[in-house]
Design a protein around this ligand. Structure first.
Ligand SMILES: *Cc1c(COP(=O)(O)O)cnc(C)c1O
Length: 385
């Protein structure tokens, strides 16, 4: 089975991890700041805080921005559940802004309307989490302008988008947001097995996130309430978690980051080949907005169901039968049983639900051969033509 996504691990990655195993530090050593420095260098933000997953990064980001009981957080219904769940971790309430049919991203016009209504009802969100679906950057300038107007803070969920560009800025620069989050899960572009990062240009937010990733405990005298009792002394000054990344993971992150541009180029090549070869089929191909460069974590096509005799499920199953590991990203979050129990209904976000009915994620990953891709293209042509 050709998987929809797959990590790329070299001997160099393996050696870096073995080196850590032979060193003094398995956690909280020199590799973590080194990995953070590589993210800062790539993205141009001032600070990076690495943690054990993107979910943890989103959580510490929400805590740093003061999300709490009674607050609202809005995100896209087409995302992994974690983008919404983090609001609930903080005791806040979640709502969604429906997507744009061509980018699959949160629609700025729908955001504008929803903000106007929310202001009138006195229930504006504290935080907005736009998700760069598939690696295609959201329309951040429009989103930032709206959020500035209504005093809403922004966390970019860039789990799919390391190496993507928006208006000549790398995603992660935080020029259009307070915090940007990456995921290093093995299916994502860069991997540390499990891992995530939160980037920001605010030293205050960075310090808060560092505190929350490690129990809310500090060893810095300036942050303590009393005078240090001695070299052993630490103080817990807030309630945090153990969200730390290990040295093994950070070492892998450092060597993976050295190949980021190779990963990005390879994925963009594969995306262009799909684009050229699939353009005559009864499907919609992913749009790339002007002034943006997608990172193509995913390549999601949408079936024109009115032109087809097959359902999406049939096309999906026929591809799987031919050894093509297609997948579906994502089941709209508001249709999950847990969210239905919170009061969301089918029909609440119709573009997201239509997207879910039509979408299929084709395999795309660094190291996928042209032969593998040609087999996928041929299979699609046979099934759809
Ligand atoms: C993968 C993913 C996450 C969660 O990432 P983890 O590192 O697995 O916690 C969050 N949001 C989106 C959009 C993702 O794709």
């Amino acid at each position: 089975m050709i998987p929809y996504g797959k990590q790329s691990i070299t001997q160099n990655d393996i050696n870096a991890v073995i080196e850590v195993l032979n060193s003094d530090f398995l956690t909280q050593g020199p590799k973590v700041p080194l990995f953070e420095a590589s993210l800062v260098k790539q993205c141009g933000a001032d600070h990076a805080v690495v943690v054990n997953s993107a979910t943890s990064a989103l959580h510490v980001a929400c805590m740093a921005l003061g999300l709490g009981a009674g607050d609202w957080l809005w995100t896209s219904p087409i995302t992994f559940v974690a983008s919404a769940n983090v609001a609930l971790y903080c005791g806040a309430k979640v709502d969604f802004v429906d997507i744009d049919a061509s980018t699959y991203n949160m629609c700025p016009k729908k955001l504008k309307n929803k903000l106007q209504l929310a202001k009138a009802a006195d229930r504006l969100p504290k935080i907005l989490i736009p998700v760069h679906m598939c690696g295609q950057p959201c329309e951040m300038q429009e989103i930032k302008n709206l959020c500035d107007e209504y005093s809403v803070r922004i966390i970019e969920d860039a789990s799919h988008a390391i190496g993507a560009m928006y208006h000549d800025e790398p995603v992660g620069s935080c020029k259009f947001s307070d915090i940007t989050v990456f995921s290093f899960h093995p299916v994502k572009i860069v991997t540390t097995a499990e891992g995530g990062a939160a980037l920001t240009n605010s030293s205050l937010l960075a310090e808060k996130m560092q505190l929350h990733r490690s129990h809310g405990v500090t060893r810095e005298q300036a942050k303590m309430e009393s005078i240090s009792h001695g070299a052993w002394y630490y103080e817990q000054i807030d309630l945090g978690y153990n969200y730390r990344m290990t040295e093994l993971q950070a070492a892998l992150g450092v060597t993976q980051m050295q190949r980021l541009s190779e990963f990005n180029t390879d994925r963009r090549n594969l995306a262009r080949r799909y684009h050229d070869e699939l353009s005559n089929l009864p499907i919609r191909l992913p749009a790339e907005l002007k002034n943006t460069k997608s990172a193509y974590h995913l390549y999601v096509i949408k079936l024109k169901l009115d032109l087809l005799n097959n359902t999406r499920k049939q096309v999906f199953e026929e591809l799987r039968e031919r050894g093509i590991g297609v997948n579906i990203h994502y089941i709209p979050v508001h249709t999950q049983p847990y969210y239905q129990a919170l009061g969301f209904k089918y029909g609440d976000f119709p573009e997201a639900e239509r997207f879910y009915d039509e979408a299929i994620s084709l395999p795309i990953f660094h190291g996928m051969s042209y032969d593998q891709q040609d087999a996928i293209i041929e299979a699609l042509k046979e099934i759809l033509e």
